[in-house]
Design a protein around this ligand. Structure first.
Ligand SMILES: C[S@@+](CC[C@H](N)C(=O)[O-])C[C@H]1O[C@@H](n2cnc3c(N)ncnc32)[C@H](O)[C@@H]1O
Length: 311
């Protein structure tokens, strides 16, 4: 296996333990990656169990790990977004019958490690950043026409970047001279205008994260998948989500809280017929990787796992 094919799964045992209640059940892994979690789920399921995995990235779908797992009759793999999970579930008559859905969000190590994918400021490559290279605009294409104010908003909202205004102005200025087409070009442009350094962080970290989230509609996809999960899961079915930054985790946390609460009606009033009832209950507390895992896999440092159960 080459460096571009390796991905160390994060919170593996914790996620599988939180997800699987029924070894004969039907499961969805919305983020196949290199199949670390899918493989572990299949090891726990009985011969009656089923697993559908999804990934946006053709490199994940065509990986050697995918080919190996596809020899297992219980396993299926689809190219697409987990935002369209409801359609994939409907096609299999799985609506309301799924025992567990896992989302291990963000990018995989191979996406970051292969320079040609354009995700990393550490490696020079074409400024692409699409997880699904079969559709949509690359980061270079988007940066060639985005309006300055929209760019400022994206850098602020998705990167929490204090220098958003300066970075956007510099991008707009420089693209008039020469298109911004490589990761190194963008990283050095940002490094030149970000004057205050954060310890241990490359000055382009926040902007690269922001542009990647925008290009891949990561938060929209997450919101859609969370909403769809309620109808896809059966009562007692579990939703397990591993987030890697606060923008994702906040959404997951808020979603579980809201769906666990239902409408609050003052005690002396009758419950309106259309009052929303709680549809989820949180399972345990949010989990983080332990010190051993963090020592062996730096990506796990920011990971947070939340599990909820459909009522
Ligand atoms: C952190 S990795 C998953 C790693 C995987 N759990 C493993 O153990 O190998 C995230 C994967 O999710 C995919 N992905 C991200 N957003 C997606 C979406 N909306 N729909 C489908 N796949 C997505 C990425 O392409 C990437 O391969």
């Amino acid at each position: 296996m080459t460096a571009g094919e390796l991905h160390k799964p994060v919170l593996l045992d914790e996620a599988v333990e939180g997800l699987i209640r029924q070894i004969d059940g039907v499961y969805i892994d919305g983020t196949f990656g290199r199949g670390g979690h899918s493989g572990a789920i299949l090891r726990v399921l009985s011969s009656q169990g089923k697993l559908l995995a999804i990934d946006k990235d053709m490199d994940a779908v065509n990986s050697s790990q995918a080919k190996k797992l596809l020899t297992d009759k219980r396993f299926e793999l689809a190219h697409g977004s987990f935002a369209d999970m409801d359609q994939l579930a409907n096609e299999r008559q799985w609506r309301g019958k799924v025992d567990g859905i896992l989302l291990d969000l963000g990018v995989s190590s191979p996406q970051l490690d292969v320079a040609e994918r354009g995700f990393s400021f550490m490696k020079d490559g074409p400024l692409d950043m699409r997880m699904d290279t079969t559709q949509g605009e690359s980061a270079a294409q988007w940066l060639s026409h985005v309006e300055e104010n929209e760019l400022i908003g994206v850098l602020r909202e998705y990167g929490e970047e204090k220098f958003a205004r300066r970075i956007a102005a510099e991008i707009v200025l420089q693209r008039q001279e020469k298109p911004i087409e490589t990761t190194a070009q963008l990283a050095s442009l940002i490094a030149n205008v970000v004057t205050r350094r954060e310890p241990g962080k490359h000055p382009a970290t926040r902007s690269f994260q922001a542009i990647r989230i925008k290009i891949n509609k990561e938060l929209d996809d997450l919101d859609q998948a969370l909403l769809n999960s309620i109808d896809i899961l059966k009562p007692g079915g579990r939703l397990a989500v591993i987030s890697f930054h606060s923008l994702e985790d906040r959404r997951v946390k808020r979603f579980i809280r809201e769906k666990s609460r239902g409408d609050v009606v003052p005690r002396h009033l009758p419950l309106p017929v259309d009052a929303k009832k709680p549809v989820l209950k949180p399972v345990g507390k949010a989990l983080k990787a332990n010190a051993d895992e963090v020592a062996g896999n730096v990506r796990s440092r920011s990971a947070v796992l939340r599990v909820a159960e459909k009522i």
